[in-house]
Design a protein around this ligand. Structure first.
Ligand code: SF4
Ligand code: SF4
Length: 371
């Protein structure tokens, strides 16, 4: 049964959607969007669902996840309804609905709560890291107050809490998307082919490239390495590369002082890529190069700055270790680097980071829905 929520538009505005209810359904946005397909008036239809308060339909639709926030639709909307920003807000709303604890909801809707949670986790992680050096004065003081086992178990509980929240969110999204699939329609794309298409999209960003190549796009004709698809590619693969390098380092215990070890070389290249991508993304938002970049949510800012700081502090440490510099500044840089990196991992289910799981899943369903 179709159920309308009369307060839905107000709710979406708390996630960053602006005047999307000013939409008069002209379809300009669909005409300019490279992802609008033969039978899908995208994003016009998704805007319509929001205006009508069709919450369930929005949550079971893959469409908000097919958008790459290029903003071409926003530039051409005659009502300044901001369809690009609206879709970003819908994704934030969807993440907070799929995730079961309510923490994402709190963090996305309230910037003060966002700051409070981030700071609290940072302080906890800072303490936790001191406990890894039991002979340290701070560690001794903490152990008097809280036994090591309690801190260790708290860490395990928090990591499990994040992991389980993510698994729950992904399952919740899958169940909704699955229910929404046309039962009688036979998909022309099999399970493994759809999986391959998702992986290949992650490698090539072909769909994102389509946005930047659009006739009316601000980015058309601009050098490829400055285009948003490449900026996104750099951040994503830079982060994955750093994660791989850290894991290899951890598993094989490569001596940290030699920058020519394979895991170090991988880490250096991945770090450079991520710093390049995040610097460009921050710069575009700072300079407000297009309309869509002029309205960045606190969650997006924090995510980008955290990645950038993790990259810069990582390089600082690599250079200091290579030159044998071990001083108090480096110890603080190490603390900042580890806290921010762990915070990114700890909060991934409740932050912008979660899109790294939800978008590929939505793309998978999108490919599987093809008949
Ligand atoms: S271009 Fe603007 S007014 Fe027209 S359908 Fe899209 S969002 Fe609505
Ligand atoms: S922001 Fe770009 S990709 Fe997203 S709906 Fe608008 S035109 Fe399409």
């Amino acid at each position: 049964m179709t159920k309308i929520d009369p307060h839905f538009a107000d709710e979406l505005k708390k996630y960053g959607a602006k005047d999307f209810d000013a939409c008069f359904n002209c379809g300009n946005c669909s005409a300019v969007c490279s992802h609008s397909e033969k039978n899908v008036s995208f994003p016009r239809l998704t805007v319509r669902l929001g205006v009508l308060g069709l919450k369930k339909e929005i949550l079971s639709s893959v469409e908000p996840w097919l958008c790459y926030s290029c903003g071409d639709c926003t530039e051409t909307c005659p009502r300044q309804a901001g369809p690009g920003q609206y879709l970003a807000a819908v994704r934030r709303y969807a993440i907070s609905e799929y995730e079961p604890t309510g923490l994402t909801k709190l963090m996305f809707k309230s910037p003060p709560a966002f700051v409070a949670v981030t700071m609290l986790v940072a302080v906890f992680l800072g303490f936790f890291l001191f406990t890894l050096k039991p002979e340290h004065e701070v560690a001794r003081w903490i152990f008097n107050w809280l036994p090591y086992e309690v801190i260790h178990n708290m860490g395990l509980v928090i990591f499990s809490f994040t992991g389980l929240s993510m698994v729950w969110g992904v399952l919740s999204m899958s169940i909704r998307f699955n229910r929404n699939r046309k039962k009688d329609a036979k998909s022309t794309v099999g399970f493994f082919k759809a999986l391959w298409m998702v992986l290949s999209e992650a490698g090539t960003m072909d769909r994102y490239k389509d946005c930047d190549a659009e006739e009316d796009s601000h980015w058309r004709g601009i050098a490829w390495y400055k285009q948003p698809w490449f900026v996104h590619w750099s951040i994503m693969w830079g982060f994955i590369g750093l994660l791989a390098a850290t894991s290899i380092d951890f598993m094989f215990k490569d001596p940290a002082s030699n920058i020519l070890y394979p895991s170090r070389i991988l880490g250096t290249m991945a770090g450079l890529l991520m710093i390049f991508g995040t610097s460009q993304a921050i710069n575009y938002r700072w300079e407000k190069v297009t309309l869509i970049y002029s309205e960045t949510s606190p969650a997006d800012w924090t995510f980008l700055w955290f990645l950038w700081i993790a990259g810069i502090t990582g390089f600082w440490l690599e250079v200091s270790v290579a030159f044998g510099a071990n001083n108090i500044i480096n110890q603080f840089v190490l603390l900042a680097h580890t806290v921010i990196s762990m915070e990114l991992v700890l909060l991934f289910a409740f932050s912008k980071f979660a899109h790294a799981f939800y978008r590929p899943l939505a793309l998978f369903f999108h490919y599987r829905n093809q008949v």
